[in-house]
Design a protein around this ligand. Sequence first.
Ligand code: GLA
Length: 723
Amino acid sequence: MLKDLVESNVFVLNAADVQVIVDARTDMVPRIVHWGAPLGLASTSDLEAFADATVPQIASNSVDTTVPFSILPDASRGWAGAPGIEGHRAGADFAIQLTLRRADMAPSDDPRVSSRLRIVLGDADLELDVVILIDALTSGLFRLRASITNSAAMPYTVDALRLGLPVPSRAEEILDFAGRHMREAQAQRHSLTVGTHAREGRRGRTGHDASLLYAVGTPGFGFRHGEVWAVQTAWSGNHRTFVERQTNGRTVLGGEEILLAGEMVLAAGDTYESPWVYASHGSGIDAVGSRFHAHLRARARARTTPRPVVLNTWEAVYFDHNPAALFALAEKAAAVGVERFVLDDGWFVGRRSKQAGLGDWTVDRTVWPEGLGPLAEHVRGLGMEFGLWFEPEMINPNSDAARAHPEWIMSPAHRQPPTSRYQQVLDLQNPEAFAHVRDAIARLVRELDLAFIKWDHNRDLIDAAHEGRAGVHGQTVALYRLLDELHAEFPDLEIESCSSGGARADLEVLERADRIWASDCIDAHERQRIDLWSSVTVPPELLGSHIGSDIAHATRRRHRLSYRAMTALMSNLGIEWDLREASESDLEELKGWVDYYKSVRSLLHTGTVVRGDHPDPALTIRGVVAEDLSEGLFSVAAVATSVGAPPGAVILPGLDVSARYAVSPATAAEGTMQYNEHSLPSWWASGLTTTGAALAVAGIQLPALAPDNAVLIRATRIAEEIA
Ligand code: GLA
């Protein structure tokens, strides 16, 4: 591996097998001259020659010097795309021109940072100081962040601070994600043409429609092939991620926080810091995604204990809280092997429906006359942990809190925003409101010895003001502070990030969360696709996926238990089903699946996630391969009838190409996989021995699956090596 070279001010940053080269030899904002595979440029002169060779020629009818593309694109030097900084002082001082003061390797106290380049810039005339950090991370990711400080007496308004990385013109396709409540992570693909394709989140939360992976790549790139460059703007508030291509092919992939009008006014000495923009490069989507997994798995708060089987009460009882029923549900849960019992919405004062109660975080004694202590004790007595649902950032106008403190509602002075789910947003920048929720949560964590909080956030922010000014940035920062304070006090407390399902699953919230709730839709048919794509940036152990009742509440589709179980167990398995209504045979089968999950979770939650490319759109192919390549578990599901009968060979990727594997169907419950009996491949009954290369390159035939069915395949390395 190359060392970071500093002598010549051409910096080489290496993150695993990815390289970024930064040219900081002029007094301008430095340029990233390469982001991709290592170039093998070892000497200073090689690096300088390469950096020189990337400087574009002067274009006709252009400024008379070359127009550099820098990390903060520099309008003052003729860059005609979106500028890196937009701001002003009461309309003046808009024409910022940064000059380089220093670029050096700097320390970081985050052990995931293998090297950090710090670039210090300023505009002396406008009295503005800027620092850019570029981190090479041990996971193979890079991340960039900028901050701007106003050193003048007069306030400076920041409208945008926009970071970009260059991608080559051979990237001709975009993969990004749309989504909505109950249908997150909808992949969309299109050409990368001249112009800007921007994905904006103006919902005050990350958003169901957030593109947590914004990828561009060579034509036809797939899970396992093609060169891919991807970013995520890691922010739980308003944000924008974009690719911008100019007519000459110069292309920027970047991200920023969207700052609302007047939201970021820097008084003398104040600093605004942008979110991190994470950047991943690799061969295929899997390689790009696995770097996000490695990064999250290396968090200080990453849990090493087995990821427990959860029972969540929401779809079992909704708001119908009845202590006897919930005691009985806990007993059923324990009997099938559940390890964490989570009491969802409906336990606090006045919360008999979604129309009231948010903000009043004390137990409703009309429903729970003795409080929640007896339930928590009962759950623990059954050998399970106890968890509780909160929606801390919200307030129902119909609540004691709102009646006593109407000023806690985020709103402009002259009117209230429309309610959504009958609720408004609690102003966490109001110190009293902040203390109210923090103290209420802390008290219940202590009193009930909570192991887990499901932390929800169920509406968009509209006209969200603090003291009359746009307040989304401040609310987002306050949320992070609230989570940080609770973690400092309760280091073992686990938190699930939920936002009407999967609307808050970005890397910045995941610095403070231990699980995400991927979707309110737990129909296995939908979850095959939602979980497949959600797991590109979120590793399976952090992705909550539940077995619901036989008729899915979100869609009314009916699925057999085996399909529901095989779908959910590839993530962090949970159950969201009124088990009091389940038949004895269902409970027995469910226990089998829970046991099976427990037997494979150490593989699923530490291994490398792989997905298979297949021309048949009906098939969803995902798997996990052990880090030492000794084994793999693959799930192949048909979400529709296949194009071919049977479909062509299925690739099971990621194993050691030079090793032999024993391959066999894997299942917890005999006879639970449904396929066309006339269409079984010859190897199915007795298993197969073949090479990792055969599985990855050519693939094998699988049973033709009826729609909404899956098979699990296990591959185990055989000791002998190929001669
Ligand atoms: C949101 C969550 C659900 C559930 C309900 C409770 O919709 O996504 O899982 O917790 O709130 O009101």
